[in-house]
Design a binder for this molecule. Structure first.
Ligand code: SAM
Length: 476
């Protein structure tokens, strides 16, 4: 990797005697890692994986044992990430059926610290403001375990679709916005317990991994990015409830986009820096690279020559409860659902567990129904998905959507069919399957882990796996 000359000159100035180590670390191949989802090496619950566990129909509330084909690919745990493991450079995890089934997310190891810093708690309302492709959103969703409100925003039209696909694959219920931070803050106000700003940045931490990041870097990129970061951060803070928290992170090294942006927030907003854990291999932020404010020592940096990752900066800010803000709490509240549409008999045919209120009284947009977020969404916001897409109304029937299958816990569907790994690969490639059980919609799974819907009739199960997702080469 040949770093741009101006970048090297700058870093030499900042790093001084550490420069040589940093420069030689940039010559090494990047590290790869995976964060488990749906499954764990030590699952909290055992028993028959295909059986319902409690009343929850939500996959996000259930953790199953990791399949052997995945377990054997896992290396050392990533010390700061629950469920994070290093993997070999040539690991086939991205090509296995289990990737398509949302059992893990391939993620750069230092990026995993960002959600560890946010520490989402079950029941909280959490917004990921710069969310695509969704690495951190899916980690937040996992921590919320199907409770609270997961909201994700992505401004870029192409990237927001990828975010939606990743949330669907990982079976998470989320509201997906496609808005500017400014419009979102104007419309929603300070209603979130926690907001993540994983800011667009000059991407110096991607240099080892992605030659395009080197090509796109220019000497004026850090200052340009910092202008945008301050703007995003200013609006993001308006979305945090008084007393709530915001995590700001980048995958770049220069202090202009890191310590200096946090120093700006401390000077211009009612926020305090929250201490973060001392993760192995991480260093503190550098107050002397900004305005000398000692509170910047609470921020964290990972350098490729010091720790086991590509590089990240993370800061956690608490939004102070100022008198001006106190009325803002009134913005929250569950909001009464409007225009309830009753789908009782459809749900009764599809599921065998109690259906949550937000699913029984979904939001309709045209012929599509979505699970209902816990607050009404103000008019005028661009919302890609208000919640999980549940069903599409066709002329004479309603068809369950793929995202619903992926969001279901084992045992929730009235009719299910267990496949082995080879059959699952054929299903993901688009083939129909032979089976002569009861007619109707069938939830297909491997050991309780969802694949999608089939429709059973006359000795066969027709394949409803979305055409755009089919993968002929997937490894079963
Ligand atoms: C570093 S990436 C986010 C990565 C993501 N958090 C993850 O872990 O997968 C930053 C994102 O911010 C988006 N973005 C760019 N400009 C923005 C703006 N002005 N406001 C909000 N988001 C923006 C980019 O499209 C990009 O997807």
């Amino acid at each position: 990797m040949k770093a741009p000359r101006a970048f090297s000159d700058w870093m030499l100035r900042w790093l001084g005697s550490e420069w040589d180590e940093f420069a030689s670390a940039l010559e090494q191949p990047p590290l790869r890692a995976v964060r488990l989802h749906r499954v764990s090496v030590q699952p909290a619950r055992h028993g028959d994986p295909a059986a319902a566990d409690g009343d929850s129909p939500l996959a996000a509330a259930v953790t199953l044992p990791v399949p052997e084909a995945v377990r054997r690919e896992l290396g050392d745990p990533v010390p700061w990430a629950d469920g994070g493991y290093y993997i070999a450079p040539d690991s086939p995890l991205g090509r296995l059926i289990y990737h398509d089934m949302g059992l893990y997310y391939l993620q750069e190891p230092s990026a995993m610290a960002v959600v560890a810093a946010l520490a989402p708690q079950p029941g909280e309302w959490v917004l990921d403001l710069c969310a695509a492709p969704g690495g951190k959103t899916t980690a937040i969703g996992r921590a919320l375990a199907g409770s609270g409100w997961l909201a994700a925003n992505e401004i870029h039209p192409g990237r927001v679709e990828i975010l939606a696909q990743n949330l669907e694959r990982t079976g998470l219920e989320a509201t997906i916005f496609q808005e500017t931070p400014e419009r979102l803050a104007d419309a929603l106000g300070p209603c979130f317990d926690a907001v993540l700003v994983d800011a667009p940045c000059s991407g110096e931490g991607m240099f080892r991994k992605d030659p395009a990041a080197v090509a796109e870097w220019s000497p004026d990129a850090p200052a340009r990015c910092a202008d945008r970061q301050r703007e995003i951060l200013g609006h993001a803070l308006r979305l945090v409830r008084p007393g709530g928290r915001l995590v700001y992170s980048t995958c770049t090294f220069n202090p202009v986009e890191n310590e200096q942006v946090v120093a700006w927030a401390l000077r211009h907003h009612p926020v305090e820096v929250m201490p973060l854990p001392e993760w192995p291999g991480w260093t503190t932020g550098q107050p002397d690279w900004a305005d000398g404010d000692p509170r910047l020592l609470h921020t964290r940096r990972l350098w490729p020559h010091r720790g086991l990752g590509e590089g990240h900066f993370v800061a956690a800010l608490q939004v102070l409860d100022t008198p001006r803000d106190r009325n803002a709490r009134a913005v929250r509240g569950r909001g009464r659902p409007q225009n309830p549409v009753r789908l009782e008999s459809w749900w009764d045919d599809l599921l065998s567990v109690p259906v949550p209120e937000s699913w029984r009284r979904p939001l309709w947009r045209g012929d599509f129904a979505y699970t209902r977020p816990p607050r009404p969404l103000p008019d005028g916001l661009r919302v890609l998905r208000p919640g999980v897409p549940i069903t599409r109304r066709l002329r004479d029937r309603m068809e369950p959507l793929h995202a619903l299958a992926m969001a279901l816990a084992p045992g929730a569907a009235r009719r299910s069919l267990a496949l082995d790994e080879a059959e699952a690969a054929r299903y993901l490639a688009g083939e129909a399957l032979a089976d002569s059980g009861e007619k109707g919609w069938v939830w297909l799974h491997v050991d309780g882990l969802p694949l999608g819907w089939g429709k059973r009739a006359a000795g066969r199960v027709n394949n409803l796996y979305p055409k755009g997702l089919r993968r002929p080469g997937v490894i079963g």
